[in-house]
Design a protein around this ligand. Structure first.
Ligand code: NAD
Ligand code: TYD
Length: 351
């Protein structure tokens, strides 16, 4: 079959990437979707068992840091579009191992840009490089204010600095080579399939196992939370209708202090687990703060709303309920992730 588009989605075995892959594979049978991922600890093909046999889906195990391997796979498929999500994504890991963030997020992005330029050298007509980024590039807000697309970059952690560098590279290729790109900066995502090192799945897992709930510092750090499927919907919309060379901020207009989220989660979990109210919150433990911890992030998502008509489809309470139910129902997924068994899936499936 002649596909209408050939799209490589990098990092498609990760948390957000797997939701984007699922959406594109099922919504667009006329597109061929190639999931390019090296399967780090964060890449889990068990996230995609429901689409792995779809005729328009393929998986390629490739490290984006390896320029030759990237070029080879780009030449093999002759992609017309790239949706780039592969990254090292966890701030705490970037504090202990910054170099792997520079390699994957900066060098890896440069390799993808170069491979795209190489295979698109005859014409950029009908080509698109979609770079998925984070609101953390804007730094930390005080008590008021929101991040706009025009807010100057001020990254504060090795993670956000590496993402900011990759954003600069993408825009510089646009400016220098007329390279066709679009870029989005999104707030904190939550939802099913998130690796249990991030706040919400870590707390759900610990409440289930009656383990301490580690709240960093005074717990009054603020994040803007968005349900992952709403992020995937926004990516679909921007991919198809976003203006070339534009940036769109994506967020939920949904700010929460960490301690308030943890308390809300405790309440929901007590109900779901049939425990007496107040049981889970007894597990809350204030621990040493993250170094350089950004105080507050908050996105102004007016532009994507006004220009493209996007808005979140669920409230935070609804999204949280779906998420908790999913983690409680998918014990095997969580057990496999926490025991490391998920990493055997690739060998069983593909080798
Ligand atoms: P994740 O850590 O869950 O997944 C990252 C994926 O990238 C994994 O499948 C991993 O195997 C793959 N990967 C890592 N290094 C690779 C390499 N060298 N070569 C090929 N593949 C590699 O991350 P996520 O939370 O799904 O985030 C996806 C993207 O969205 C990232 O670019 C991140 O910066 C951005 N983002 C995340 C959030 C969030 O809240 N999670 C918010 C805004 C933006
Ligand atoms: P995280 O999920 O790591 O996302 P990010 O750092 O990219 O915003 O953390 C969200 C917030 O929760 C952040 O302020 C750090 C805090 N946090 C805790 O208080 N305890 C934890 O165990 C974790 C993982 C995070």
């Amino acid at each position: 079959m002649e596909y209408k588009k050939k799209i490589v989605i990098t990092g498609g075995a990760g948390f957000i990437g797997s939701h984007v892959v699922r959406l594109f594979v099922s919504k667009y049978p006329e597109y061929q979707i190639i999931n390019l991922d090296i399967l780090t600890y964060a890449g889990n093909l068990e996230n995609l068992t429901d689409v792995e046999n779809a005729p328009n889906y393929k998986f390629e195990k490739v490290d984006i840091v390896d320029a030759n391997a990237v070029l080879e796979v780009f030449k093999k498929y002759n992609f017309d579009s790239v949706i780039h999500l592969a990254a090292e994504s966890h701030v705490d890991r970037s504090i202990t191992d910054p170099n792997s963030f520079v390699m994957t997020n900066v060098v890896g992005t440069a390799n993808l840009l170069n491979a795209s330029r190489e295979i698109w050298k005859d014409s950029f007509e009908g080509k698109k490089f979609y770079h998925v980024s984070t609101d953390e590039v804007y730094g930390s807000l005080g008590k008021t204010g929101l991040f706009l697309e025009t807010t100057p970059y001020d990254p504060q952690s090795p993670y956000s600095a590496s993402k900011a560098s990759s954003d600069h590279l993408v825009r510089a290729y646009g400016n220098t080579y007329d390279f066709p790109f679009v870029l989005t900066n999104c707030s904190n995502n939550y939802g099913q399939n998130q690796f249990p090192e991030k706040l919400l799945p870590l707390m759900i897992h610990n409440i289930k196992n009656s383990k301490a709930l580690p709240v960093y510092g005074d717990g009054n750090y603020t994040r803007d939370w968005l349900y992952v499927i709403d992020h995937a919907r926004a990516i679909d919309l921007v991919f198809h209708e976003g203006k070339p060379s534009e940036t769109y901020n994506i967020g939920g207009f949904n700010e929460w202090k960490n301690i308030d989220i943890v308390n809300l989660l405790c309440k929901i979990m007590d109900k779901k687990l049939g425990s007496e109210e107040g049981t889970a919150s007894k597990l809350i433990t204030y621990v040493k703060d993250r170094p350089g911890h950004d105080r507050r992030y908050a996105i102004d998502a007016t532009k994507i709303n006004k220009e493209l008509g996007w808005k979140p489809s669920v409230t935070f309470e609804e999204g949280l309920e779906i998420t908790v139910d999913w983690y409680l129902k998918n014990e095997k997924w969580l057990d496999n992730v926490t025991s490391g068994d998920y990493q055997k899936y690739y060998d069983n499936m593909y080798e």
